[in-house]
Design a binder for this molecule. Structure first.
Ligand code: FES
Length: 107
């Protein structure tokens, strides 16, 4: 199972494992990682599952869809180069160790 490392805005790290095929947002929710609100539960309509993907993993992800790009326009925290919606990141074995920083706020 791929591991995902969530890094809170205060630097606290939390490593979880979740089955390939699950989303990074699901991995956060199942494992009670705080800071991922995910109000729409992955319906791509809330923007509260915003994360910053570590640079070394950014190129391993497929580019965001037009819909994800649209939602990223409305995220509460600063949008950065690595900004993605965690509900749109599908875990794969290749992404083992995926490191995602959680923004200070989602709302
Ligand atoms: S959970 Fe709502 S956009 Fe990702």
């Amino acid at each position: 199972m791929p591991r995902v490392i969530f890094v809170a805005s205060n630097g606290a790290r939390r490593e979880v494992s979740e089955a390939a095929g699950a989303s990074a947002m699901t991995a956060a929710r199942i494992n009670d990682v705080s800071g991922i609100e995910a109000e729409c539960a992955g319906a791509l309509s809330c923007g509260t599952c915003h994360v910053y993907v570590a640079p070394e993993f950014a190129s391993l992800l497929p580019p965001p869809s037009e819909e994800e790009e649209g939602m990223l326009e409305f995220v509460a925290a600063e949008r950065r180069v690595g900004s993605r919606l965690s509900c749109q990141i599908v875990l794969t074995d290749e992404l083992d160790g995926l490191t995602l920083e959680i923004p200070e706020t989602q709302t």
